[in-house]
Write a protein that binds this ligand. Structure first.
Ligand code: SF4
Ligand code: SF4
Length: 64
């Protein structure tokens, strides 16, 4: 149960990193990655995955 970032679409803007309530997102090379062990799909925090909501590139933060 986690989200993932499609690396080929990620611009590395870092918007998602600071919005994640579980600090599950970090930089890896030029793009960002989600640690599936930390990601809860925002359950208990938001109705929808925050990373997907704030990401300016549609379809980049998706269910793994
Ligand atoms: S779905 Fe929520 S918990 Fe998971 S990486 Fe995105 S912002 Fe973080
Ligand atoms: S908000 Fe989207 S484009 Fe920006 S770093 Fe996160 S996944 Fe990449």
């Amino acid at each position: 149960m986690s989200y993932k970032i499609i690396a080929s679409q990620c611009t590395g803007c870092s918007l998602c990193e600071f919005e994640c309530p579980n600090a599950a997102i970090s930089m890896k090379g030029d793009t960002f990655v989600i640690d599936p062990k930390k990601c809860t799909e925002c359950e208990g925090h938001f109705d929808h995955a925050k990373c997907d909501e704030v990401c300016p590139v549609p379809g980049t933060c998706v269910k793994a």
